[in-house]
Design a protein around this ligand. Structure first.
Ligand SMILES: CC(=O)N[C@H]1[C@@H](OP(=O)(O)O)O[C@H](CO)[C@@H](O)[C@@H]1O
Ligand SMILES: [Mg+2]
Length: 551
């Protein structure tokens, strides 16, 4: 017999976290995300929901991460992590949205009650959660609201403190596999850093000394975890941490970080006197799950190495290792991208490997990558990882190499499975992976960059009255609504050499995004601003507020 919801405790505590009346919350691409100061009720309710998710899954530990990633400092957000360290099952996103929008405590309790029945949640099961936050100033108050949610429903909750999003994902998997034969690692941040650095040291043993690496920590939590990682790495790889001002108001993600670099396609001004020509630098985002590399050439010109370049570098290396290990034909490496992948990268990769295009958002990439023996997925913005299927992991551990060279390659592959975060993309783990490949190939940024040439591209935001009328098909590459708009975009695109453009509603911001690329820089810009203008006018944008750059 299932026990009942502790309705009295939920009511009492819920009254302390009333829902603001004029806001509609939505569990989107990255969980709930909006201004930090309106999220109190959402946190409380997510606390209760996380516990129910755990009960539904037989008491497995669920993760809760409070962060707004690369978004401005005043924003915050929360997302749930499922037992294997993956994003919350999509079907529950709707339940999360429903519960968050119940107008009153009574409505919330009624919604909970109905939900427990329809989702067949056995309330007698234990509820276990692990939670963490990034460095945002709104974090501590939101954690307190979340903890009230845990308390209300009686969850067993473990506080993982201030850490990165990927560390939290790792912890969830490590806790849930503890003591099993799939044990993922020691269930602590320290255990994770130990695991990564041990694998890294094995992978670069015997290689020439690696020059120090400049890291822009976006003034976020990557600064804290990056410093600890640096201590583990010692002289193997010296990390030069910059933008580490986690206590300076307004500094987080401001004119720095992976998103700044990717969108503005330039060096953070704070690194202008730091990065030397030829030296490698990289930027993390506010919760350290995105990574963008770059270098300055001899003339001091900036060159960006984004998620697409990372995918190309890493996939080629893994393919080479599988061949050298004598596993050619037995292990297939595949790539997953989104429509935002640069056309140059898609062409380069499609000529070499199986490749798939999916909708924006890590959960789509992750699931598609699981269908390959080894799936490499990166969003152009630098979020991604490499997944090894369990068949592949078994093959690697049982394969009998016939030569010393095969044995070395096989060991490298096995160590890569330890170095790479299998739950979600991690900027720090990805950074070590890239450093391994560069060391093995004796590549500088220049050689890596010349794998293929990026097509000039431009990303533009369009503010429209109603973004939900924009509907897409074909992995978001075509609009099906508003009717007729896609035909007009096609007509424009045809006029540009190497032209490609698509339009989709953002899942994290109240805007529509326009992407365009073309063979020549000025043409990519022109196409993007023409399509942006078209979109703006088509859906009745206010002519008085029409951005001047739209054509
Ligand atoms: C063009 C772009 O970079 N879009 C980002 C952004 O999603 P939008 O749905 O485009 O707002 O945030 C997502 C979550 O971080 C990330 O997965 C995605 O790649
Ligand atoms: Mg992030």
């Amino acid at each position: 017999m299932a026990s009942a919801l502790p309705v009295d405790a939920i009511r009492t505590l819920s009254e302390q976290h009333p829902k603001p009346s004029n806001v509609h919350f939505q569990y989107g691409t990255a969980g709930f995300r909006t201004l930090g100061n309106i999220l109190d009720s959402v946190m409380f309710r997510v606390g209760v929901l996380a516990a129910l998710r755990s009960k539904r899954l037989d008491g497995k530990t669920i993760g809760v991460m409070i962060t707004a990633s690369h978004n401005p400092e005043q924003d915050n957000g929360v997302k749930l992590v499922d037992p294997r360290g993956e994003m919350l099952e999509a079907a529950w996103e709707v339940h999360a949205t429903n519960l968050a929008n119940a107008a009153t405590t009574d409505a919330f309790v009624d919604a909970l009650d109905a939900f427990v029945k329809t989702a067949k949640i056995d309330l007698s099961k234990p509820a276990r959660v692990v939670y963490a936050r990034d460095t945002r100033p709104s974090g501590p108050a939101l954690i307190a609201a979340l903890e009230h949610g845990f308390k209300a429903i009686g969850a067993e909750a473990r506080n993982a403190g201030v850490t990165t999003t990927p560390v939290l994902h790792y912890l969830v998997k490590a806790i849930n596999t503890k003591g099993t034969k799939e044990e993922y690692g020691v269930d602590s941040e320290e255990g994770y850093l130990q695991k990564l650095s041990t694998a890294f040291k094995k992978l670069v043993a015997g290689k020439p000394a690696i020059p120090p690496l400049v890291i822009d920590c976006a003034n976020g939590v990557g600064a804290i975890v990056g410093e600890k990682l640096g201590a583990h790495l010692g002289d193997t790889l010296k990390l030069l941490l910059h933008n580490t001002a986690i206590d300076t108001a307004g500094a987080l993600n401001h004119a720095c970080g992976a998103d700044f670099v990717k969108t503005s396609q330039r060096l953070p001004p704070s690194l202008a006197s730091v990065l030397q020509p030829g030296q490698r630098g990289c930027s993390l985002d506010g919760d350290a799950d995105r990574l963008i590399y770059y270098y300055l050439d001899d003339r001091g010109q900036f060159h960006m190495l984004d998620g697409d370049k990372i995918a190309a570098l890493v996939a080629a290396f893994i393919v080479e290792l599988t061949k050298s290990a004598g596993l050619e034909g037995e292990i297939q490496v595949g790539i997953v991208q989104t429509a935002y992948a640069n056309g140059g990268s898609t062409k380069y990769l499609a000529e070499r490997l199986p490749i798939k295009c999916v909708s924006t958002g890590v959960k789509h990439l992750h699931h598609a990558a699981e269908h390959y023996d080894i799936g490499v997925y990166f969003e152009a913005n630098g979020h991604g990882t490499v997944l090894f299927s369990s068949d592949t992991t078994n093959k690697l551990s049982s394969h009998q190499p016939s030569t010393p060279a095969q044995s070395t390659a096989l060991n490298h592959l096995i160590n890569l499975t330890q170095l790479i975060n299998q739950t979600v993309g991690d900027a720090l783990s990805d950074m070590l992976l890239i450093e391994v490949v560069l060391a093995h190939k004796s590549y500088s940024g220049l050689e890596w960059d010349s794998l293929y040439v990026d097509l000039p591209n431009r990303l533009v935001k369009v503010v429209v009255p109603e973004r939900n009328i924009f509907k897409t098909a074909d992995a978001e590459r075509r609009l099906t609504s508003p009717p007729g708009l896609q035909a007009k975009i096609d007509e424009l695109v045809h006029r540009y050499e190497g032209g490609r453009s698509f339009v989709r509603p953002s899942g994290t911001e109240d805007v529509v995004r326009v992407y365009a690329e073309a063979t020549v820089r000025s043409q990519a810009d022109e196409l993007a601003f023409r399509v942006a203008g078209l979109v703006y006018d088509e859906v009745g944008g206010d002519p008085a507020k029409r951005p001047a750059e739209f054509l």
